[in-house]
Design a protein around this ligand. Structure first.
Ligand code: C2O
Ligand code: CU
Length: 486
């Protein structure tokens, strides 16, 4: 057990010294495999077109046990659409809103992609909301390879809760092909299977605490599916937690595995001994699959009981006989923050105790009703996002200078977990005062209760970029802000 008082004293002392020497730091990353082409040079000249039609599509996913539920999805493909690009490809995606509710506007946020601000999909802040009957065209060339996903950015609790999510994979990071490449999309569903209906996605009880948990857990739309892999092979598993709420403590049982990338960004493969995976967090594993006829499991040990989420079954002849020594992925071209010159920032995630309720700022008209926070519970640096929702943005939480390096201390002063996400940038996770993590890059980092995590990044992408908790009910009840880079 960590002695909290000693820890806080240590932190205070290191803060007084002007640094953060009290944070746990591990050695710098060992040499990577040959790096990716720089973003500017990666253009392939190829454009990939996608049409995403947000609509109600009643479906019986395997995890619904044959019951049809009024899902909202981007396409008829189940469980979700997967868009695959090669590094350097341009994505041209048309979003069409055919949602059945007259006021239900939407947009697409391409989570983790370092794209131009006007393609970031945050309604009101960077683009107009897309009303039913309307469409919006996105176009960008992702600068990085890896495993990403996309979702809406208003009423996300319900839109994602009913199924509106998709996977975006940018290929081109392997140094030698793996023997298989599978997406493992983890999420719960808040459903009442007897009644064939979704449960309310937002509850006051959940929003003010850890969030409203789902009632059915799933991997790729099924309960504990068996995923066939070639036997005794080095298989890439792209694990995505796209749950609105649940933090998972994921382990592999019955096989050797290495973690090869976090939030799409390669790290030198290190043996996988579990990863605390909050909503929106991803990691790529290389798993030496079991021999033919045997299986391994992905389990969540974060709750009261161990839950098996998916099984991996070895099938066919053994592919590899040698020791498990997986090939690394190519190093990313995320700009390296200059830690010596970095300007310090501090963001504290807290509840609203002691804060007076702000005047309601809801503008007249029906658009206001959808993004409207139902209540406010959470703050960043003592400010809560105004109850008007996205359409009444407050001033930026911080104004950053384009091109400058920043190191930000992210502190959780609550009893609950907060996976904190910054748009448009990929940050380096420098260390935590609670958890030991390998040095890695991420777009979302988990803050456990009373934990401080330090991250650093180069503010190289101009625009207004959201900084928020990815427990969607926390985001929608105050724990949301934005940084202006100019
Ligand atoms: Cu995945 Cu602002 O979100
Ligand atoms: Cu949160």
């Amino acid at each position: 057990m960590i002695d909290r008082r000693a820890l806080l004293a240590g932190l205070a002392a290191s803060a007084a010294l002007g640094g953060a020497a009290g944070l746990v730091r591990l050695g710098s990353a060992p040499a990577y495999a040959e790096a990716l082409a720089p973003p500017g040079e990666a253009a392939s000249g190829r454009t990939v077109n996608a049409t995403l039609v947000a609509a109600e599509r009643p479906r019986a996913l395997p995890c619904f046990g044959g019951v049809r539920l009024p899902m909202w999805t981007y396409s008829p493909s189940l469980p979700v659409p997967v868009i695959r690009l090669d590094h350097g490809d341009r994505l041209q995606a048309r979003l069409v809103n055919r949602l059945p509710r007259p006021e239900e506007h939407t947009s697409i946020h391409w989570h983790g992609i370092r794209l131009p601000n006007d393609q970031d999909g945050v309604p009101y802040l960077v683009q107009p909301p897309v009303l039913p009957g309307e469409s919006f065209d996105y176009a960008f060339t992702p600068p990085d390879t890896g495993t990403f996903f996309f979702h809406s950015h208003c009423n996300t609790t319900e839109q994602l809760g009913r199924g509106m999510v998709g996977v975006l994979i940018v290929d081109g990071d392997t140094t030698e092909p793996y023997d298989a490449d599978e997406v493992v999309l983890l999420r719960d569903w808040r459903v009442n299977l007897e009644g064939g209906a979704f449960r309310p996605m937002v509850t006051l009880r959940g929003a003010g605490r850890a969030g409203s948990y789902g009632t059915v857990r799933s991997a790729n739309g099924a309960v504990n599916p068996s995923i066939a892999l070639p036997a005794s092979a080095d298989c890439r598993l792209r694990v995505i937690n796209c749950d609105p709420t649940r933090v998972m403590d994921l382990r592999i049982e019955g096989a050797e595995a290495c973690i090869a990338a976090v939030d799409g960004v390669a790290i030198p493969p290190v043996p996988f001994d579990g990863w605390q995976t909050g909503p929106a967090m991803r990691f790529d594993l290389v798993l030496r699959s079991p021999r033919s006829g045997r299986s391994a499991s992905l389990v969540d040990v974060g709750g009261d009981e161990r839950v098996e989420l998916a099984r991996f079954a070895g099938t066919g002849p053994d592919i590899r006989a040698g020791a498990f020594d997986p090939r690394p992925l190519r190093a990313a071209r995320v700009p390296e923050p200059d830690l010596a010159a970095a300007e310090p920032l501090a963001f504290t995630f807290a509840d609203d105790s002691g804060l007076a309720l702000p005047e309601a700022t809801t503008p007249p008209g029906f658009l206001g009703a959808l993004c409207l926070s139902k209540a406010s519970f959470w703050t960043i640096n003592g400010q809560m996002w105004p109850e008007g929702g996205h359409e009444a943005p407050p001033p930026p939480l911080a104004e950053l200078t384009l091109g400058r390096s920043y190191r930000a201390a992210l502190t959780n002063r609550t009893l609950y977990d907060h996976p904190v996400h910054l748009h448009g940038h990929t940050f380096k996770v420098l260390g935590s005062d609670k958890t030991r993590l390998p040095v890695h890059y991420a777009d979302t980092v988990l803050l456990r209760p009373e934990e401080t995590v330090e991250v650093a990044f180069v503010a190289d992408n101009p625009g207004d970029w959201m900084l928020h908790c990815h427990v969607l009910e926390h985001q929608e009840t105050g724990m949301m802000a934005y940084l202006r880079v100019a």
